[in-house]
Design a binder for this molecule. Structure first.
Ligand code: GLA
Length: 392
């Protein structure tokens, strides 16, 4: 569902900043929310995200020289950031433009070099730093634009992999594949049940008769590279290496709960054992949750969402008082089917499934109790599941 005002605004801004250009084209790539399966995507486990109708809009035109100029309507104070095809190095000064630059760099590394530069304006309606994948959205948007403007032969799945590669190697965050995959492969009305071990996936229609997906933003900014995200990932890798001495597994996601319980003694560091436990249990929960959803058992799906949050809080240690307050307050409200943190954690958002008649009360009570405890407001959005990137 393209927001025509956003489209108009991004095109108007292009003309204002870079002048009139008959070749300008407009694009969109979504943000994503993960329903369940958190911190499993770098452990060869399952995830269950969906693309949103909010996302990043872009207006772009090719140039005749090798200059690249970027402008963000959201960060208008930064002004125009200029670079060139011969300067594809990450830098502090490049700020947000390191994301599109990283994608151009990753394309070049795969033999897809641009012959000319371009001018680009972006404008997003994903709240920044909210854990709804504004960076993956920008990466996939950039890849999609490069494919369209320069005629490269890459699939949407490749766009996801290129986005992740650039985020890992150009932007320094060791993220898994979930976000870029959800953005590049999104399908209206469906969540994506993805096995990150081999990228096999299936679309699962989300029919929430009489209920909606509500996102609650803690308004505490999270930045993955600043957070302990990379540290969590390394600890899981260490745990895997220890287990692999005795077990024939490729990832923690290969373990059933029984196998983990039988072998957890091999992980003698209690903290590492808890982290590995989360990865194993969360993966199994995700598989069960999708089964429950298919069987129409939304209540079970909700219970598993709650268990997921508890595991992220108690074992994986990635929630924090803001996310815990939003989830725990939500669980108390009648008509809330499920609620949990979504994304990397440490801040960002919760995702809740709430019955229509309970939504107003949910926002009011959770909002008031959050403010009382945390000291500032949370923000609530009712969201819809949208499709992947497109020319608009
Ligand atoms: C971030 C990362 C993803 C994933 C989640 C946690 O969103 O970018 O790859 O690891 O955190 O599930």
């Amino acid at each position: 569902m393209i927001d025509q005002e956003m489209k108009k605004a991004v095109l108007d801004n292009f003309e204002k900043v870079f002048g009139k250009n008959d070749n300008v084209k407009a694009y969109f790539a979504p943000g994503r929310v993960n329903l369940i399966g958190e911190h499993t995507d770098y452990n060869g486990g399952h995830v269950f995200p969906c693309a949103l109708t909010i996302g990043t809009y872009g207006a772009v035109a090719k140039r005749d020289d090798d200059k690249i100029r970027f402008y963000s309507v959201n960060l208008d104070r930064t002004g125009v950031v200029e670079t060139s095809l011969s300067d594809l190095e990450p830098s502090k000064e490049a700020g947000w433009t390191n994301y599109p630059k990283g994608v151009i760099w990753a394309f070049a590394g795969r033999g897809m070099k641009l012959d000319k530069g371009f001018d680009m304006v972006i404008y997003g309606n994903i709240p920044n730093g909210s854990g709804l994948s504004s960076s993956a959205s920008l990466e996939v948007l950039t890849g999609f634009i490069l494919r369209d403007l320069y005629g490269f032969d890459v699939s949407n799945q490749d766009l996801a992999l290129i986005g992740q590669y650039s985020e890992n190697n150009f932007n320094g965050c060791n993220c898994g594949i979930m976000d870029q995959f959800a953005v590049a492969m999104g399908k209206e009305g469906s969540a994506i049940f993805l096995d990150t071990a081999d990228l096999s996936f299936e679309y699962a229609p989300i029919r929430l008769d009489g209920a909606k997906i509500i996102i609650a933003n803690t308004n505490k900014k999270h930045k993955l590279t600043d957070s302990q995200y990379n540290a969590r990932r390394s600890m899981c890798e260490e745990a895997l290496a220890i287990l692999q001495k005795s077990l024939d597994i490729k990832g923690l996601g290969d373990l059933s709960i029984e196998e983990f319980e039988e072998n957890k003694g091999l992980l003698t560091d209690p903290d590492m054992q808890r982290k590995a436990k989360h990865a194993v249990y969360e993966n199994q929960r995700t598989i069960e949750a999708v089964k429950a959803l298919k069987a129409g058992d939304l209540e079970r799906f909700g219970e598993l969402m709650r268990q997921s949050h508890e595991s992220l809080r108690d074992d994986y240690d990635v929630t924090g008082v803001e996310l815990d307050t939003l989830a725990e307050e939500a669980w108390k409200i009648p008509g809330v089917i499920g609620s949990r943190m979504t994304g990397g954690g440490f801040g960002g958002c919760t995702v809740s499934i709430v019955k229509d008649e309970a939504i107003e009360n949910f926002k009011k009570v959770v909002g008031e109790n959050y403010k009382k405890k945390i000291g500032y407001d949370a923000t609530f959005y009712t969201v819809s599941i949208g499709g992947g990137p497109e020319v608009i």
